[in-house]
Write a protein that binds this ligand. Structure first.
Ligand code: AMP
Ligand code: ZN
Length: 105
């Protein structure tokens, strides 16, 4: 998607500190961390927000949660917070679905 910051990160046009990548999902460190661990988990498919998911995204959304758990463990987090801003009115600034994984090991 043109003019999408996170699509540009996926394409490597904008650098990021990657912590996980597969063919469907990318995770990287948030540039302005709100906790000791603050990682963004995103689908490579451009979906604007959780409000725009469809039935065909079922497996992808589940996999994102599995990836969250793997990353949390790798980052030394026994417990974590998951924040998902859905829509501009809720504070979503980047209109490409992303899960904020937050925690303090
Ligand atoms: P949201 O307000 O939910 O849309 O969150 C967007 C997040 O993206 C914020 O926490 C920003 O700090 C983060 N962010 C913006 N630009 C970058 C970037 N180039 N690399 C990593 N994180 C970014
Ligand atoms: Zn995008």
């Amino acid at each position: 998607m043109e003019n999408c910051l996170f699509c540009k990160i996926i394409e490597g046009e904008i650098p990021s500190q990657k912590v996980y990548e597969d063919d469907e999902i990318l995770a990287f460190k948030d540039i302005n961390p709100k906790a000791k661990v603050h990682i963004l988990v995103i689908p490579k498919k451009h979906i604007e927000s959780l409000k725009e998911i469809s039935v065909e995204d079922e497996k992808l959304i589940f996999k994102m949660h599995q990836v969250l758990n793997v990353i949390a463990k790798e980052q030394g987090l026994e417990d974590y917070n998951l924040v998902v801003n859905c829509g501009k009115g809720a504070g979503q600034e980047v209109m490409h679905l992303h899960f904020h994984l937050l925690g303090n090991p």
